[in-house]
Ligand binder design. Structure first.
Ligand SMILES: [Zn+2]
Length: 195
């Protein structure tokens, strides 16, 4: 095990994977409060959900709005997601990947998302996937969890631990902000586990 655990987070320029398809560049505003993310000085979360390489949901949200949204989710569901992640993430493997990545120069952060953080499924074999990262200005934070990729299989498993109330909250969030994509209607267990 690395002597300095957890590793110091690194910051790298936000890679293309976390650019907005809609604005064809960096995300500029918080989805909720519309603060200017690149200059506000607040950390912010970017989430993008893909079906067959096509982004169907994407947004950035400032830390304050993330915390506020988390407050609206049931404590039971948040705990269940945390428990699921803790019992499924192979921390040793992730730290190994991180140090290999850093030793190789740490240029291409996309390499850290080539496997599902939970199931280990390669990104190339995942029909659906969800990626998330915390950013500050035009930089992305790299630590022992983020940036992460979760494959469709793990997303479906996570859906299994959510309360009905939380599922309803996510459906409303997606429906209000993006319009409910047909992919969700066709497969009700493929609901992105937002935040
Ligand atoms: Zn905000």
């Amino acid at each position: 095990m690395e002597p300095n655990w957890p590793p110091e987070p690194k910051f790298v320029p936000i890679p293309q994977d976390f650019h907005s398809l809609e604005s064809d560049g960096l995300f500029e505003k918080c989805l909720k409060c519309e603060v200017e993310l690149l200059t506000s000085g607040s950390p912010y979360l970017i989430e993008r959900v893909f079906v067959q390489q096509e982004p169907i949901v994407e947004y950035a949200m400032c830390e304050g709005c993330v915390l506020e949204s988390q407050g609206e989710l049931s404590a039971e569901s948040r705990q269940a997601v945390t428990d699921y992640m803790l019992s499924n993430i192979d921390v040793g493997q992730r730290l190994g990947r991180l140090s290999e990545w850093a030793e190789a120069g740490g240029d291409n952060a996309a390499e850290l998302m080539d496997r599902c953080l939970v199931s280990g499924t390669p990104a190339t074999e995942s029909r659906e996937k969800q990626i998330a990262a915390w950013c500050l200005g035009d930089q992305m934070r790299v630590d022992h969890v983020f940036p992460l990729m979760i494959s469709g299989v793990a997303i479906e498993e996570l859906n299994g631990v959510l309360s009905e109330k939380t599922k309803g909250w996510i459906d409303d969030f997606v429906g209000d902000n993006f319009g409910m994509p047909p992919e969700f209607c066709n497969n009700p267990d493929f609901r992105p586990v937002l935040i």
